[in-house]
Design a protein around this ligand. Sequence first.
Ligand code: ADP
Ligand code: MG
Length: 140
Amino acid sequence: MAIERTFSIIKPDATRRNITGKITDKLEAAGLRVIASKRIHMTRDQAEGFYAVHKERPFFNDLVTFMISGPVVVQVLEGENAISQNREVMGATNPADAAPGTIRAEFAESIEANSVHGSDGPDTAKTEIAFFFSDGEIVG
Ligand code: ADP
Ligand code: MG
């Protein structure tokens, strides 16, 4: 099994409800190690850039508005198969479909306000980590 790095965001619905610790606890319990973390309030430009891949989707504008509605916690996670392991503990995009015990099943408010983001593959993980962190901010 390979040690990987992935990128995570604890979204504004979760910072608003003060459950960043509860979510981080789930990540750590799943074997993921937080090797970089910072709380930021994204600008519209940043959020649009980060989600550029979804530009043509009907929910794009609402998603960007939601992501800048409050602070977020951006993190780099490290562990065995971190990318798929994180997707697993996050649960399905729509909390109605998320498996019991997953972050989204327990904490998400809606398909949009679904508490966490996680990279979906090695290429996006690399790009997304570099979007928010310099090498010196990541301490593995
Ligand atoms: P995931 O976050 O599970 O990788 P996507 O990459 O498909 O999901 O979508 C990115 C984010 O856009 C989702 O986490 C969610 O916040 C939002 N989103 C996805 N689908 C919808 C939808 N049908 N309506 C509203 N928001 C959505
Ligand atoms: Mg995605």
